[in-house]
Design a protein around this ligand. Structure first.
Ligand code: HEM
Length: 463
């Protein structure tokens, strides 16, 4: 059942669909940047903008993108306040699904006059959920009504409506299409916004990394319009490393996503697991294992950089995250080196520990152990296998465009401590000031960082 849907849904994220979706993503990324540029154009006494909560802005951006690609019209959360309540409704919806996974028996009780799981457990969200379903239905109906007009768009929805399962030749029914659309909104907004908020949190607290990224982006792209899918964006390896490191420290799906062991059992790390048991790996925990990630609480994008002499760079079949070959096979596009003299690329690329898994990359094959078996990567924010994230290329495109265009246009600093841990708070795991705080609700709920912006010094007039 899942296999059939997956074969159809994955066509909505094919290279050609992602390519034709790019102008839509860029349009919303530009709205996002314009909103922050507008704030920067009204400097306060300290020359910086009023503080901006980036958990909110990144949520608006990612929901505008995914609603536009799915329904053919955006929620317009960046430019209009009317539907902004949807952000919380979606987070709460994810929390409810997570509770269902964790405690199915609570929900498997038929609601009665005296017990209804939703009313008891989520009294505040019943209304919001209803309103969200109404919005989603209205948007779905509007899309269906204008489907003829939308034909040339080649977005996720057109692909879902047209695609056939290559194995059975069947299409998704209308109900299945709208079920998938609903899933896209729930799965595609909150996750991507956590990664964006986290990278902004860590950059605003790590000047050296922030400087290197500024240099990389500003020296690679002469104008903001040059920041689009292609060799130049693929060559921004420090950008990619910052995104990876932010997702390592703040995984957008941080908990264990359980899988039931099938008939015959399974062998995991040499242990036999009986059929019927649930197994899962908690991304938050494994990403803090010091044997896999030395100094696990430190923000070190360089740990994700591919060393030219690492085993992976020799792999000519490896492709980069937009489907381009690795840097060594790409034309050189920028003659100005972006590395500060005291931090050469070789300095930033310590040897990759043999046990640390491969440099993450969409199509980088898993390394082979001496016995020839594949070793799964420890860092897997999108998971691996047949139920992993179907939209990984879209997520990387969106994150790369948003951070590159923002960094190209604006300087930013932390305005306050929102999002930080609170030393001495007495809550285990919540006391590290330097760690971006997330709450596991299937996706990650977060607040902050709150940042102040100003136009980058060498570009004084933008709108
Ligand atoms: C940084 C961004 C993202 C991360 C880290 C992420 C992570 C994940 C993870 C861990 C899963 C597996 C969930 C499970 O096992 O239950 C998943 C599934 C999924 N994701 Fe993403 N996701 C991201 C962005 C997106 C976006 C932008 C979309 C857009 C539509 C999306 C759509 C989906 C869908 C449809 C599934 C279900 C796939 C299936 O069951 O075959 N995700 N994602």
């Amino acid at each position: 059942m899942h296999g059939r849907k997956r074969r159809i849904v994955s066509q909505g994220f094919s290279t050609s669909t992602i390519k034709s979706s790019e102008p839509i993503v860029i349009q919303h990324v530009q709205n996002f940047c314009s909103a922050l540029i507008k704030a920067a154009n009204k400097p306060q006494a300290d020359n910086w903008s009023l503080p901006q909560n980036m958990a909110a802005w990144t949520n608006y951006l990612t929901l505008d993108v995914i609603s536009d690609l799915t329904y053919g019209q955006p929620f317009n959360l960046i430019t209009d306040t009317k539907l902004r309540w949807l952000v919380n409704a979606i987070v709460q919806g994810n929390r409810r699904i997570y509770m269902r996974f964790a405690f199915p028996s609570l929900f498997n009780v038929k609601p009665s006059a005296w017990y209804s799981p939703d009313k008891w457990l989520f009294p505040d969200m019943a209304d919001e959920r209803q309103r969200f379903l109404e919005v989603s239905t209205n948007f779905s109906e509007a899309r269906m009504a204008s489907e003829e007009k939308m034909k040339g768009r080649n977005d996720i929805m057109s692909a879902l409506l047209d695609a056939r399962d290559p194995k059975t030749g069947t299409k998704l029914s209308e109900a299945e299409v709208w079920g998938e659309a609903h899933l896209m909104i729930a799965a595609g907004g909150d996750t991507t916004s956590t990664a964006l908020a986290a990278v902004l949190f860590y950059l605003s607290r790590h000047d050296e990394a922030h400087k290197i990224l500024n240099n990389e982006i500003r020296s690679t792209f002469p104008t903001i319009d040059d920041i689009r899918q292609g060799y130049r964006l693929s060559s921004c390896h420090y950008l990619r490393a910052c995104l990876e490191e932010a997702m390592r420290l703040a995984p957008p799906a941080p908990g264990a996503l359980w899988r039931e062991v099938c008939t015959g059992g399974a062998i995991v790390d040499g242990e036999h697991i009986t059929a019927g048991l649930d197994v899962g790996v908690c991304q938050y925990a494994i990403c803090r294992n010091p044997n896999l990630f030395p100094e696990p609480y430190s923000f070190k994008p360089e740990r994700h950089l591919r060393r030219e002499d690492s085993p992976y760079s020799a792999d000519t079949t490896a492709v980069d995250y937009f489907g381009f070959p690795p840097r060594s096979m790409q034309p050189q596009v920028s003659s100005s080196p972006f590395w500060p003299s005291q931090l050469s690329p070789s300095h930033l690329s310590p040897p990759i520990p043999a046990h640390a898994g491969p440099t993450p990359g969409i199509s980088t094959p898993l390394p082979r152990t001496p016995g020839g078996t594949e070793k799964p990567p420890a860092f897997a924010p999108f998971l691996i296998g047949p139920r992993s994230c179907v939209a990984k290329p879209l997520a990387y495109l969106e994150m790369s465009l948003a951070i590159a265009r923002l960094v190209w246009s604006l300087d930013f600093i932390a305005a306050d401590s929102t999002g930080e841990g609170k030393p001495g708070c007495g809550i285990l795991g919540r006391e590290r000031k330097e760690e971006f705080q997330i709450v596991d609700m299937f996706s990650s709920s977060k607040d902050g960082p709150v940042l102040k912006f100003k136009l980058r010094e060498d570009h004084c007039s933008q709108d």
